[in-house]
Design a protein. Structure first.
Length: 212
DNA sequence: CGCCTTTGACCTGCGC
DNA sequence: GCGCAGGTCAAAGGCG
């Protein structure tokens, strides 16, 4: 049997004044209450049942340049904004859910994760090369939905990008599938490949995993 | 020249 | 069965 690991990662981009290059969950919560830091939502697409907390997250940030304007790397299910990057491991079929302020996380079966993030940019460099293959207007939404496919040969990962119909300041990105290749920037944690921006550090605050 | 975006057409699933 | 909406295809054109 393959190892089963519940794993979710958040790369936190903190204010320049932050003296601490690595953060744990408590730090994340502290920054989430500061005005210059806005934590994004991310959404659950698949029906979930297993509820967990952010204690299962690993949180890190760039040691020298804490605020990365537009550059960050995630894995197939991660998403990056100017504020925060979440990475959810879908190879183990995890799903995540939280509200503003990130209090709850859900893990579940499925390889599709959506993130709702506040960003002026619709397409953010997440370390992979994406090729746009479609654009569609969505019913009851003034904003079109864009479809992207990983341009790496043989990789079938897709993502959908659209602006929130209720608040166009937010971008909803849905990742579907798992990359069968590495990002240019990747580290391994618990034998799991994690996509980490070059120069970033990763601190494992808490984790839980199981294998058989 | 290769890779990308654009965009209309086509396909498919679902509700009625 | 029909119509609608979402998702994908593929041709055309642009750009480095």
């Amino acid at each position: 049997m393959a190892a089963s690991t519940s794993l979710a990662t958040a790369f936190l981009q903190v204010p320049n004044s932050n003296p601490n290059p690595t953060l744990n969950y408590t730090d994340l919560m502290n920054y989430s209450h500061q005005p210059e830091f806005e934590l994004s939502d991310y959404l659950l697409l698949e029906d979930g049942s297993i509820e967990d907390s952010m204690s299962s997250h690993h949180i890190g940030c760039h040691p020298e340049n804490p605020v990365l304007p537009e550059k960050a790397i995630t894995d197939s299910t991660g998403y990056t904004t100017n504020s925060v990057t979440y990475v959810a491991d879908t190879s183990t079929s995890s799903n995540i859910k939280c509200k503003s302020g990130v209090k709850k996380v859900k893990m579940d079966v499925g390889s599709r994760v959506a993130f709702r993030t506040k960003s002026e940019l619709e397409v953010i460099d997440d370390g992979f090369k994406w090729r746009k293959y479609g654009k569609k207007t969505v019913k009851n939404s003034p904003n079109p939905r864009n479809y992207y496919r990983c341009s790496s040969g043989g990789c079938n990962v897709k993502k959908r990008v659209e602006r929130d119909r209720e608040d166009s300041r937010y971008v909803i990105t849905t990742y579907e599938g798992v990359h069968n290749h590495e990002s240019p920037c990747v580290v391994y944690y618990n034998e799991m490949p994690l996509m980490v921006p070059s120069g970033w550090t990763l601190q494992a605050s808490h984790s839980h995993s199981s294998s058989s």
